[in-house]
Write a protein that binds this ligand. Structure first.
Ligand code: TYD
Ligand code: MG
Length: 452
């Protein structure tokens, strides 16, 4: 019997300590350091037989054969795009997201829509619960096998038997390996089980999709190390009360991290949203005051987003400011600029701002739409529905240029907008567009054109 060894781990950041402390010196969290038993390693290989004979050889880059067609098509266009064209064999993909956001649904849907041999391992739901979920989804893949197991030793035994093309694990926090005593979900368990899965993936060239929980502050629960270990980190986000979900790559060893995938949660599972701009703009019979549409970019994808503002007289001494889906500090800054440059007495008004669709925007190009919506609500005068905006506002009230403006103009044109307001300082010719491109340089220009 090996001597029992224990170490202390911070459950928040994964830092290892030789003794217990009240506060983690690395992430400054209190009471997160927990003692975990780690036994001496007995057997860590997922399959011992094929490692001992293997010889490794260094190759020149030009001698390495690359086959792009090797990427596995998930039959899910949004996911393929985010991954950079499909799943790379032998890669480890970590899918993180808040509870109830749809991680299990998305993974099961992928499992059911490809015609590959899939092993879906769940430590969270029973086989019958997964069947119930599968019944609601339309795709049926006869090659999808469901296993409910949490011990990695049994999982690898099953993998050897089944020889799947893709392995899906729901979730890494439920896995448990024999070589370590700590309880499932603890730092050392997560690290060990992930290491075993990585070893398996690399040696057998089988991709593994890992589902991971996230903590309340939005990080993948467990160690940051997990994010370093895997090849791709995907974040599934969106407001749980809204039906739209955004899939984003935080890290991708095989592609760009700028692409996003958009889904809509329906009673029959997640639907891929191919033209997101159409759904994000609410359709109204007539123009209403306080709304403005912005041509933003999410990753490399142009997205038309509706901004709604409500300006009303403040009832109490301090006016209220609230922003949903937009940075409150930035809103306050824009209000100060409006006060100074456009002479609005916004200090005596409550201002509420909302980005529709439950989306969080941090593209500065939305600024112009934000102030247009605020001014429109303040004047109680509607902005025509076929106008849209794309520019950043500077502290001096100047309208600043933004990146990829052509892409935004083309998207607006495609969706039938008549006018787009951009900065005069965006150096480009505006004649080749069918849409009317209005160049403005300061807030006063905007006021004149919209509310003259
Ligand atoms: P789930 O995949 O279980 O979330 P996670 O694994 O990220 O915790 O998704 C849960 C939510 O999705 C649940 O609240 C109900 C909803 N849902 C639908 O609206 N339609 C469906 O077809 C399915 C399967 C789930
Ligand atoms: Mg789940």
């Amino acid at each position: 019997m090996a001597k029992t060894k224990t170490t202390f781990f911070c459950q928040n950041c994964g830092t290892q300590y030789a003794k217990w402390m009240g506060q983690c010196s690395s992430c400054n969290e209190w009471n997160t350091i927990v003692e975990e038993i780690i036994q001496k390693e007995e057997k860590r290989e997922w399959k011992q037989s094929n490692t001992s004979k293997k010889t490794t050889k260094a190759l020149q880059i030009k001698d390495i054969i690359l086959n792009e067609e090797d990427r596995i098509d998930t039959k899910n266009n949004e996911l393929n795009r985010v991954l950079g064209g499909g799943i790379v064999p032998g890669s480890l993909i970590l899918l993180g997201g808040e509870p109830g956001i749809g991680k299990s649904t998305l993974s099961l849907q992928i499992a059911l829509s490809t015609q590959k041999r899939i092993l879906y391992i769940s430590g969270e739901e029973s086989q019958s619960q997964i069947k119930m979920r599968a019944e609601r989804l339309s795709d049926k893949n006869p090659n999808c096998l469901i296993l409910t197991e949490t011990k990695t030793q049994y999982i690898f035994r099953c993998i050897e038997e089944v020889e799947p093309d893709i392995v899906i694990v729901d979730s890494i926090q439920t896995l448990h390996t024999n070589t370590i005593e700590a309880s499932p979900g603890s730092i050392s368990q997560i690290r060990e089980t992930a290491a075993e899965l990585i070893k398996f993936a690399k040696e057998s060239a089988t991709p593994v999709l890992l589902i991971g929980h996230i903590t309340k502050d939005g990080h993948i629960a467990g160690p940051k190390i997990l994010e370093h270990m895997v090849d791709v980190v995907l974040q599934f986000e969106g407001d749980r009360n809204h039906t739209y979900r955004i899939l984003r790559a935080q890290k991708n060893r095989f592609g760009a991290t700028s692409e996003i995938g958009i889904y809509e949660m329906l009673s029959t599972g997640l639907r891929e949203v191919e033209n997101p701009s159409e759904i994000l703009i609410s359709h109204k019979e007539e123009s209403l005051s306080g709304t403005a549409i912005s041509a933003t970019l999410e990753g490399l994808r142009p997205l038309m987003i509706e901004v709604q503002a409500l300006v009303s007289t403040a009832v109490y001494g301090t006016p209220q400011r609230s922003a949903t889906g937009y940075n409150l500090k930035r809103l306050n800054m824009l209000l100060a600029v409006l006060e100074k440059r456009a002479g609005f007495r916004l200090g005596a008004k409550d201002v509420f701002l909302n980005i529709t669709g439950g989306i969080n925007v941090d593209d500065p190009a939305i600024d112009l739409a934000v102030i247009s919506a605020i001014l429109s609500s303040n004047e109680d005068e509607a902005i025509p529905q076929n106008y849209c905006f794309a520019a950043e506002i500077g502290l001096a009230g100047e309208i600043r240029p933004i990146n990829r403006v052509e892409q935004r103009i083309l998207e607006a044109e495609k969706l039938g907008f008549k006018k787009i307001f951009i900065s005069k300082f965006n150096k480009m010719s505006t004649t080749r567009f069918n849409i009317d491109v209005v160049l403005i340089s300061k807030i006063e220009d905007l006021l004149q054109i919209l509310f003259a």
